[in-house]
Design a binder for this molecule. Structure first.
Ligand SMILES: [Zn+2]
Length: 227
């Protein structure tokens, strides 16, 4: 189900392709720069497995770069432009036929660029999707907090510094409100350690439950696209 692991004679025709979209940006002192990518890959692999025998689904190699300006004051941030992101998505779609974008990086310019491609998109910022996710996610105070850290703990626990995570105080930052007020980097939002929310409350168990919800949403979208 991972396209990159197949030899060409084994690639099924008429598959639905999933492109996991992430970012390389700071996620607190405790979680990896690849947090968003890990989450998107986790959703895609679960959905592909869930649909085995029903719909052929292939997971493309992940795109680990996004439009990532908010974290630019921190080491390790790698950003691409809206133009590059849009081109990558549309050119990959042209290569594979049926493509679904699966995004876990929510900087507004990232989301707007992906919407503008017109490609099917698992868009967790849409209210009908956000409503199904955890309280912290819905609060908008959710960068490298309990929501995201739990998901990483579920799939790549060795990438989380548990000792640092347990020492982090809860930080409430209403990111959508801060963005509307024109604060467009983590420092200006008061996130001097590149996180908000409550990472110390994270657990692999919550991560697995959230992955289940995210997988269900993606399965529903794939069924719509394949119908
Ligand atoms: Zn993130």
């Amino acid at each position: 189900m991972n396209l990159g692991e197949l030899a060409y004679p084994d690639v099924p025709e008429d598959a639905v392709h999933l492109l996991p979209l992430g970012a390389t940006e700071p996620h607190g002192p405790h979680a990896p720069l690849s947090t968003d990518t890990v989450i998107s890959v986790g959703i895609c692999e679960r959905a592909a497995a869930r649909l085995a025998g029903e719909i052929p689904v292939l997971v493309l190699p992940a795109l680990p770069y996004g439009v990532t300006r908010y974290g630019s004051a921190f080491a390790g941030t790698v950003s691409i432009s809206e133009e590059t992101l849009g081109s990558l998505a549309t050119e990959i779609a042209a290569s594979v036929g049926t493509l679904v974008l699966v995004n876990s990086h929510f900087e507004p310019e990232q989301v707007e660029t992906l919407r503008a491609t017109g490609l099917p998109l698992l868009d967790l910022t849409r209210r009908r999707n956000a409503e199904r996710l955890t309280e912290e996610f819905r609060s908008g105070s959710c960068h490298a907090g309990r929501y995201e850290t739990s998901l990483v703990l579920a799939d790549e626990p060795q990438l989380v510094h548990a000792d640092r995570m347990h020492e982090l105080e809860e930080r409430h930052v209403d990111m959508p409100a801060a963005i509307r007020a024109g604060r467009t980097d983590f420092l200006a939002m008061g996130m001097d350690e590149a996180y908000c929310g409550a990472p110390a409350e994270s657990s692999a168990e919550e991560g697995r439950e959230t992955f289940e919800t995210l997988t269900q949403m993606l399965v529903e979208l794939i069924r719509e696209v394949a119908a």
